[in-house]
Each structure stands twice: as C-alpha cells, then as structure tokens.
Design a protein around this ligand. Structure first.
Ligand code: ADP
Ligand code: MG
Length: 235
C-alpha cells in the first residue's frame, strides 16, 4: 500500500479546470519529484492533497484511508506536512521560537523531532537560534520553514519549490538537507522546476504539464529523455 496515493484527481479554481485526472503514488521512505514549468499545476496538486483546494473528483488516500473532504488541519494532524512555496517563517520570532510554536504529534510518532535533533542535523539553524526570522537569509528561512514543519512530525513532507530563487551553494545545502530528512525516515514529495535538483535527491519523478501528468519513472531515465525534457520542461 502506498503511503500517499492520488487517483484521477480533478481540481478546479472556480470554473477553471486545472488538474486533469492526476494519479500518482508515493511509497514510504521514497523521495518523489513532481516536476513542471511555472503554472503546470504543482502547487495545485499540493493544495489538493492538503485540502486547501479540495478536488472536485478523484480520491486522495493517505495510509490507505481517504482524506479528501477533510479540513487542512485534520489532514496535517494525520501526518501530512506541507511547506508552501512562500517559505514564510514568523519574522518577529527567533529561530528557536519559530520551532517551539509548532511542536505537536509528539506522542504519536516513534522518534519525534525535537529542537535538539533539528540543531544536530542542521547546525546552521542552531548557530542562528537567537536570530529573528526576519534577519535570516532566504536559504536559512527555507531551512527554518522546513524544520518548523518537521516539528509537527509528518510522515510525508510536501515541499513546494524549495530551491526557487536560491544561490547554487544554498541549493546544494538544501539537497543535502532533503537526503538527511529521508534518512530520518520521512517520506518526501518534492515539487520543482529544477530537474537537476530533483535528480540529486530523488529516485523517481513525475512530470506535470498543463495540469496533466506526462511522465512517470526513474529520475535517471528522465534526465536522459531529451524528448520529454524538450516538450514539457524547457523554458
Ligand atoms: P505551479 O505550482 O506548477 O507553478 P499552479 O498549480 O500554481 O502551478 O497553477 C496551475 C494553474 O492554475 C496556472 O494556470 C495558474 O494560473 C492557475 N491558478 C493558480 N492559482 C489560481 C487561483 N487561485 N485562481 C485561478 N487560477 C489559479
Ligand atoms: Mg507553484
């Protein structure tokens, strides 16, 4: 049984039909990429999963149980963590306070995330623990928002374009971070435009274009598939 599964999901904004029969699955322990150009439907896929824009039809299963129809906070509580693309941390709170305010589901998971564990795995945040969110660099804010969501002890983490707009050296750091998170047993679904970033951190990927999936397979096959890349990913 996949950890997360979408079956023929159709999602609308008002009367605009955005997602067309999107079906995908993520197994426990995987890092899976959802790759597509700007406007392809990546964020809408995440909003559908988390219940912010519930699908008009289709099914979303988490650990085999349907979650469509539930409210976003109920879906989060079941173990779905969402890091939206705006990477907003609380600007007036310190790094430590940003992490403290969200700790939950502590008793429901075998090895819950703690501030100590976050600092151990991502020392940069520990060094900045007394800095205000507003005073962090873009890359540090991205790290903090990811860790803040980890503090909710998700079983699957949805990361929406974490590498967007960040310098190459920070992007490399984020890639290492995703590998660490996977090693800690958290499953990741990653939305990206940057196929090279995905190739570094995930084994399997889906390509989305105009709200429909166009490819599903190994990342190693995708990076050499010039036709798919040209058709759906080239800018
Ligand atoms: P991506 O995350 O891949 O860049 P989105 O899921 O944000 O793509 O957008 C998919 C499509 O939905 C785009 O055509 C976009 O213009 C449209 N869209 C996104 N948000 C809204 C909204 N709130 N209302 C209407 N259309 C939207
Ligand atoms: Mg998006």
């Amino acid at each position: 049984m996949p950890l997360l599964e979408l079956k023929s999901v159709n999602t609308f904004y008002g009367r605009s039909h955005i997602l067309f029969d999107v079906s995908l699955s993520v197994e426990k322990g995987e890092v899976v990429s959802l790759i597509g150009r700007n406007g392809a439907g990546k964020s809408t896929t995440f909003r559908s999963i988390i219940g912010l824009t519930p699908p008009m039809s289709g099914e979303i299963l988490f650990k085999g149980s349907p979650v469509n129809g539930l409210k976003p906070h109920q879906i989060c509580r079941r173990g779905v963590g969402f890091v939206p693309e705006d990477r907003r941390c609380f600007p007036d709170l310190t790094v430590r306070e940003n992490l403290e305010v969200v700790a939950r589901r502590q008793k429901e998971t075998a090895s819950p995330w703690t501030i100590a564990k976050v600092y151990e795995l991502f020392p940069r945040l520990g060094e900045r623990e007394n800095n205000l969110g507003a005073n962090l660099s873009g890359g540090e804010q991205q790290m903090l928002t990811i860790c803040r969501t980890l503090m909710t002890n998700p079983e699957v983490l949805l990361l929406d374009e974490p590498s967007e707009g960040l310098a190459p050296i920070i992007v490399k750091m984020l890639a290492d971070m995703i590998v660490e998170i996977r090693n800690e047993g958290v499953t990741v679904l990653l939305a990206e435009q940057n196929i090279h970033f995905c190739a570094n951190v995930s084994d399997r990927g889906y390509v989305i274009d105009k709200g429909a999936l166009r490819y599903c397979g190994k990342m190693s096959d995708l990076v050499t598939d010039e036709e798919i890349k040209e058709k759906y990913l080239a800018v």
